[in-house]
Structures are given as C-alpha cells and as structure tokens.
Design a protein around this ligand. Structure first.
Ligand SMILES: O=C(O)c1cc(=O)[nH]c(=O)n1[C@@H]1O[C@H](COP(=O)(O)O)[C@@H](O)[C@H]1O
Length: 279
C-alpha cells in the first residue's frame, strides 16, 4: 500500500491554488439570529449548509469550531459530521477546531476521533493544546503522520490572556511558546514542501517575539472580529509569511445568509491578505 500524501504537501497545494485564507464555521447564537434562523438544530443545519455551499469550493481551508456544535448534543455532532464531509467533498481542507489536549492514552482516543479515516468526524487536521506537555500529543502526531493528516498546536494564541502562560519562561530560559515551536520544528525537520505539524499564532499579536521558522503551517486566527487585519500579518510573521494561513470566522460569516454575500466577503478578505502577503 502506498503511503498517503502528507498533509503539509496537500495544504501547500491548496494554499497555492486557492489562496491562503481559512474561514471558520462558528455558528454563534447571535449569528443564527442575524441570519434569521432559530438558535436550534434546524438553524444550525441551515447555517452550516449555507456556509459550505458558499465557501467550500473556493476557500483553501474551512475550520468548524466544535463547541458551537457540541452545545446541541448528539444532533449537533451529527450536523458537524455532515459539515465536515460536505466541505471535504467540495474540495476544502477541514481543520477541526477542537483544541483537545490530555494525557497520552486519552490523547490517542481524541486523535482517533478526528484523524482516523473510519471516524464519523474524520478531518484533515485538528487543533490541540500542548499544556499537558508537548510529548503527550505524540499519539495525535503519529496518527496524523501515518494517515496524511495534520495537527495544529497552540503556541501564541490570539487572546490577550494567553501571554501569561505562553510567554512565561521555563527553566532553560526559553518561553513556553518557543519550547512548543522548537518541538514542532524538530517534528517537521526535512519535510518538503511543508511539514504537517502547524502552530497556532494569533494575527492579533503586537509581535511574534519568537522564532516561527518551524517548517510548517502557521494558523493565524484573529482577522476581523478580534481586531487584526491583513496589514498586521507582515509585522507578526516576517520571513515566514508564505506559510501563514490567516483565519477569520465572524469577519466573513456576519455577511450571511446570502451565498453571494458570503462569497464576496471571503473574496474581499482574501484580496486583502494577498495585498499584504503577496500570496
Ligand atoms: O485555534 C483556533 O482556531 C483559535 C486559536 C486562537 O488563538 N484564537 C482563536 O480565535 N481561535 C479560534 O478562531 C476562531 C476565531 O473566530 P472569529 O473571532 O470569529 O474570527 C474561533 O473559533 C476561535 O476559537
């Protein structure tokens, strides 16, 4: 059996073909209401079907945020399953924004939930939290590598509260975030054209203040509702701009529910990103 194409290679191709923008599918209660939908399972279903119809055949990456589905229980998870499958079928890569992180043996189960081809929630990549120790993520990294999937590890998050943990220095004098980035760089060493293990680095940061050369993708949430703009990307990402996947959720979704308006909003955001990153 031939090995599956690594996620990093698939992502590179998608970014080059469709542009680097990632749009998050975050069905906030307020957005459901703004779209004229009920804050219920029918509204969730309609919202996600519309977002997928509008974006999945043109945006490189879609990133559903699991929490907004989980709040509806099993029926919400069923909508998440369909959303992921339909987005992938239309050609988008799907990053499941689940931000899981646990002891290794439990991490293996989380990895199976999102990165095992036989799982109903199978996605191209998943977001994880390294705060039980980077080494505890190993089952997810291994399963991802074996199946051609990716993992995005929180490093420098977009929220202001993140710094108290992520900028703290460990015994060796490195920041916690730099420790995570260095481990990612080691796991991506030698991968071409791009490693499959990414870091999450907010576009909202004043500056990176860390070495982002991990030879992997840098998921950069924070465009739009959190106040970052495409003009911030060169300052934060400097020499690794080509590997940045800028992400926005509400910044595009608030333009719904019309498919054409969602597409136009994503196009405007993508054009802004291209203007400042040359992508
Ligand atoms: O992993 C993420 O995607 C993420 C990391 C981070 O540092 N900051 C961040 O906002 N996110 C997610 O990105 C999305 C941002 O949504 P908007 O603020 O609406 O664009 C939410 O789903 C967040 O959970």
């Amino acid at each position: 059996m031939t090995a599956p194409e690594p996620f990093g290679a698939r992502l590179r191709r998608a970014l080059d073909a469709r542009g680097p923008l990632c749009v998050g599918i975050d069905p906030h209660p307020a957005l459901l209401t703004e779209w004229g939908l009920g804050d219920d399972i029918g509204g969730l279903e309609r919202f996600c079907a519309t977002a997928v119809e509008a974006l999945a055949d043109r945006v490189a990456v879609l990133k559903p945020q699991s929490a907004f589905f989980e709040r509806f229980g099993s029926r919400g998870i069923a909508v998440l399953e369909r959303t992921v499958a339909e987005a992938r079928a239309a050609g988008a890569l799907v990053i499941m924004d689940a931000k899981r992180g646990d002891i290794g043996s439990t991490m293996a189960a989380y990895a199976g939930a999102f990165l095992d081809k036989g799982s109903p929630l199978f996605s191209d990549a998943v977001t994880v939290s390294p705060y039980l120790g980077y080494g505890a993520l190993r089952p997810a990294l291994d399963l991802a590598a074996a199946g051609g999937c990716g993992v995005f590890v929180l490093a420098l998050t977009s929220n202001p509260e993140g710094a108290e943990v992520q900028r703290a220095t460990s015994a060796g004098g490195l920041s916690v975030a730099q420790g995570v980035l260095d481990r990612l760089a080691a796991d991506n060493a030698g991968a071409t054209p791009l490693g499959s293990f990414g870091a999450v680095v907010g576009a909202t940061l004043e500056e990176a203040g860390a070495d982002l050369a991990i030879n992997g993708p840098l998921l950069a949430p924070g465009l739009g509702a959190q106040g970052a703009t495409a003009a911030d990307l060169p300052r934060v990402f400097g020499g690794v701009l080509r590997n940045v996947v800028p992400s926005t959720s509400r910044g595009v979704l608030r333009h719904g529910p019309e498919v054409a308006a969602l597409r136009a909003a994503a196009e405007r955001q993508a054009a802004e990103v291209a203007r400042f990153t040359g992508a």
